[in-house]
Write a protein that binds this ligand. Structure first.
Ligand SMILES: [Zn+2]
Length: 465
């Protein structure tokens, strides 16, 4: 078995790993590179292999940095099956059609402004490419081994990161390769904890937060309650920029769970994101994948998606009507970093008010409106106009969907390697999906505490098993 690293090797986005085993080639994830415009231009580059020569694609979960180049792969000649957990398969059309619409919109805007001597912009992929990719999907269940190619058995295990997220276990040629995908933290709400993996010869493990641990969840949730209380006292609205997958559902879950304690019935709650509403419906359909606590919460009279004061706003007109509300509204809207989407309009209408509150519940990348607000800018530029920031800005840091350093070490430490003369060894380990600083820190800790010497592969590197 041979593993070649093509993406998310020394960086976080663009996950893509190639496996050669039992005379076949398969790809684990085919993600989009995200970040600066220069980084994102790399998405259009040629694949470092012949797409038509790949026999099958296996996806760990539906985040765009793991599936975002799938339509491009199909357009450029990939003709094999695409395996994914059933909930991931349900999330994929939502995620990919959204990405296609953004790409088409950006290309159109560019072409309208471009000078005649500049080349025309072409979107990375179209809605038709997405449809062609979706036709190749073969949904699978957790914990059910399946021979996806002669001599290659795939088993999906719970990763606890977003709905449908998987650890991939591949068996071929008497060897076991385990790819963590993105691992969730233990004890997070809604989803089950990442599954314990029994045995592996080689583990590819993510290292996004390899250099730190998160603030604990109960303290974080208490903080959300305090911010809502302060906002109610001030008599303003609360704006929450949130990602459509995972974070939005977790917020609604905590609102329902603290319905009485936080006096949630006094608010008007708006889920002002058609995409988040569609994703929430997929969560609703796959309740069987939740942990016991979440299944009970979803079955209670005040359930996360059935709170009596929760409004789903589908049309733009309904969204604009929210702007007339001066107080008592909680508005959850995308995008999560306030770079685009409906949240930007709500911020324009509310940032000037001293009694308004903005609650950031996720990572804010460099160069985004979210980052400028988190860094306490007094003025921000939105759609070409300057807005004074009088609203109160909060950063709630502990709602991560990723395991922290300790969680990653614990998960790996439980996996046994081969039985040798000196007893059971540890599996080999390669760290992916982390910035250099994070994965080096994690490699250092793993070396000190478990005596493991981790590979830190770069794009183009390979490991033979
Ligand atoms: Zn992810």
């Amino acid at each position: 078995m041979q593993i070649r690293f093509h993406g998310a090797a020394g960086e976080v986005t663009g996950s893509m790993h190639e496996v050669e085993a039992a005379g076949h080639r398969l790809l684990l994830d085919c993600g989009m590179i995200q970040g600066s415009p220069a980084a994102e231009r790399r998405n259009a580059d040629r694949f470092p292999f012949e797409p038509g020569g790949i026999d099958a694609l296996v996806l760990s979960h539906a985040h765009i940095d793991h599936i975002g180049r799938v339509p491009l792969l199909v357009r450029r000649g990939f003709r094999g099956p695409i395996y994914a957990q059933a909930a991931t398969a349900d999330l994929m059309p939502i995620m990919l059609l959204d990405a296609a619409a953004i790409a088409e919109g950006e290309a159109e805007r560019y072409n309208r402004r471009r000078r005649r001597d500049e080349p025309e912009a072409v979107p990375l992929f179209s809605r038709d490419d997405v449809e062609a990719a979706l036709e190749r999907l073969r949904p699978l269940d957790y914990d059910a081994p399946s021979e996806i190619l002669p001599g290659i058995v795939l088993t999906l295990r719970e990763a606890g990161h977003i709905l449908g997220s998987c650890v991939l276990e591949l068996q071929a040629e008497d060897r076991t390769l385990v790819y963590s995908g993105d691992l969730g933290p233990c004890g997070a709400p809604i989803l089950r904890d990442p599954a314990a993996i029994a045995r592996a010869d080689l583990v590819l493990m993510e290292s996004t937060y390899g250099d730190r641990d998160h603030r604990d969840r109960p303290a974080t949730v208490a903080e959300i309650g305090e911010i809502l209380e302060a906002a109610w006292r001030d008599g303003g609205n609360v704006m929450i920029p949130a990602f459509a997958v995972g974070r939005t559902q977790e917020l609604l879950y905590w609102f329902a769970r603290h319905w009485q304690q936080w006096k949630m019935d006094r608010w008007r709650i708006f889920l002002d994101s058609p995409m988040a509403a569609r994703v929430s419906a997929v969560y609703q359909r796959h309740q069987g994948l939740f942990d016991a606590r979440a299944r009970a919460t979803w079955a209670a009279p005040i359930a996360p998606l059935r709170m009596p004061n929760l409004h789903f706003t589908a049309s733009v007109a309904e969204s604009m009507a929210i702007n007339r509300i001066r107080s008592g509204a909680i508005i959850v809207a995308g995008s999560g970093m306030a770079t685009a989407g409906r949240i930007v309009h709500h911020l324009k209408h509310n940032l000037g008010h001293r009694q308004a509150h903005v609650m950031f519940v996720g990572y804010q990348a460099e160069g985004t409106l979210g980052r400028r607000l988190v860094e306490r800018a007094r003025w921000v530029r939105i759609h070409g106009r300057d807005y004074r920031v009088n609203a109160q800005i909060h950063t709630v840091g502990g709602l991560s969907a990723h395991a922290g350093q300790q969680g990653l070490i614990d998960w790996f430490a439980r996996i046994a390697g081969r039985e040798g003369d000196a007893g059971v060894t540890r599996p080999s380990l390669a760290l992916v999906h982390g910035e250099e600083r994070a994965r080096e820190a994690l490699a250092g800790e793993l070396g000190q505490r478990l005596g493991v010497s981790a590979h830190l592969p770069n794009p183009g590197d390979s490991i033979a098993l």
